[in-house]
Write a protein that binds this ligand. Sequence first.
Ligand code: BDR
Ligand code: CA
Length: 318
Amino acid sequence: MPKTPVIIDTDPGQDDAFAILLALGAPELEVLGLTTVAGNMGLAQTTDNARRIVELAGRGAVPVHAGSDRPLLRAPRPVPEIHGETGIDGWDWALAKQGPAEGHAVDFIVRSVLAHPAPVTLIVLGPQTNIALALRREPRIADNIARIVFMGGGYFEGGNMSPAAEYNILVDPEAARIVLGAGIPVTAVPLDCTHAAPAPVNWSAELEAEGTEVMRACGGMMRFFERYGNAKYGTQSRPLHDAVAVGALLWPELFTGRLCPVDVECAGELTTGMTVVDWLRQTGKPDNCLWLNGCHDPAELYRRMKTALMQLPGRGRD
Ligand code: BDR
Ligand code: CA
């Protein structure tokens, strides 16, 4: 089977780190590059984190392009209270050996998508600023994008940063609106889906027990990431939101959802950043998004994730 070419747009983030490692370890995917955006942390930090992650994986040749340092119209909203001071707290990271690749993320996306012989899938794990700018810069890329899979939004579950809004959409709602309106096949992996896919309880210990540097880093990040969420939600384990999105691309049979019209509220007094999902198709608007709302078998999802993570060569064999 030919590999699916993907570009990962990201703001690491522990759950972004898992998503990137999962994509790098999955034999079904060819990661053309990573593009970074201001989100969980400022741009310099998310870019450095992305470099550290590809190098930890032993895949330092994968280019990391720095992108937008702020949302289209709004101020950045870093969240160190969730992800720690570095964004990927929980592991004693080695310094990145290389800096980012030359060229802005938006240029990389435009160039790579236009040049690739097969349609490219975009995996979008943070605020959607870079993708919106790429679509505005060169609308022809839409013709060679197979699908956009994004983690973001919430309808049945509400929001995690306000009662109505999930973080990635709240930070740059205008960008999300552009992406959803671009006429490209979109799969949304919102809180409705990720909250149905919590990691196994004590997964961190299970990962660490594998003993390799990659798995110990994953265990440490998992332990850190869960602390905030478990305290907030009163749970015993948390979903790795962004990794669930990569899982949904790899293993759609594990998920449920519906193709329907989805839009983003950009001006609500109480609801800015809300994803408005026409689940019952009451608006008569065209279906623009496969909205995932569940996961049949979270245990199987995380078992497969772990298998893919175990495929990574690790540092030193780059
Ligand atoms: C999303 O927000 C970020 O903090 C995470 O990395 C994830 O992309 C979850 O709402
Ligand atoms: Ca993220």
